[in-house]
Unconditional design. Structure first.
Lengths: 111, 113
């Protein structure tokens, strides 16, 4: 079983819609969760971090964490073509500073 | 805030040469930096954790004598790919830790001919 799992996509949504990206992780003791956006040929950019159960909102982005079910999701409201990228879910490796990355979900927002 | 730079952004070299890549945290101090590599359409692979003032910790399967890491100050870590070969061609990305979050540099694309 992979430690951090994401659907590779592509997830295609129309402009203006809500994009929902999901991620599950295997280690129950993980405490820190992150979403990164990576455009093709570029390095990852931190979008959101979340540490507690529930929702965390930042502009058009909402991260949701459910530790009991071991999943974390990212919602993007009013999706724009510029949101088209690969979204990486990352989870801290317990007792280390290291991050474990999922393979990413490719999002396509079409006009 | 939390800006990380990398230099060079792109390098092409002949097989057998060594290449040094610099990673700098520009507006914060980073005790810990990380080095990743990424192949096309693949996810990030952690190579090593770089700690200021101490030896780097390498991931399993990463040759420490081939990928030399030095973290001499709180704002600079370097990765040297020694005796590079075509199979070392990849996208190398560093990150720096700031308050439990990792911020990535723009990456260095290495092509070994």
């Amino acid at each position: 079983q992979k430690e951090v799992e994401q659907n590779s996509g592509p997830l295609s949504v129309p402009e203006g819609a809500i994009a929902s990206l999901n991620c599950t992780y295997s280690d129950r003791v993980s405490q820190s969760f992150f979403w990164y956006r990576q455009y093709s040929g570029k390095s990852p950019e931190l979008i959101m971090s979340i540490y507690s159960n529930g929702d965390k909102e930042d502009g058009r982005f909402t991260a949701q964490l459910n530790k009991a079910s071991q999943y974390v999701s990212l919602l993007i409201r009013d999706s724009q073509p510029s949101d088209s990228a690969t979204y990486l879910c990352a989870v801290n490796a317990p007792n280390t500073d290291k991050l474990i990355f999922g393979t990413g979900t490719r999002l396509q927002v079409f006009p | 805030g939390a800006v990380v730079s990398q230099h060079p952004s792109r390098v092409i070299c002949k097989s057998g040469t060594s290449v040094k890549i610099e990673c700098r945290s520009l507006d914060f101090q980073a005790t810990t930096m990380f080095w990743y590599r990424q192949f096309p359409k693949k996810s990030l692979m952690l190579m090593a954790t770089s700690n200021e003032g101490s030896k780097a910790t390498y991931e399993q399967g990463v040759e420490k004598d081939k990928f030399l890491i030095n973290h001499a100050s709180l704002t600079l870590s370097t990765l040297t790919v020694t005796s590079a070969h075509p199979e070392d061609s990849s996208f190398y990305i560093c990150s720096a830790e700031n308050y439990n979050e990792q911020f990535f540099g723009p990456g260095t694309r290495l092509t070994v001919l």
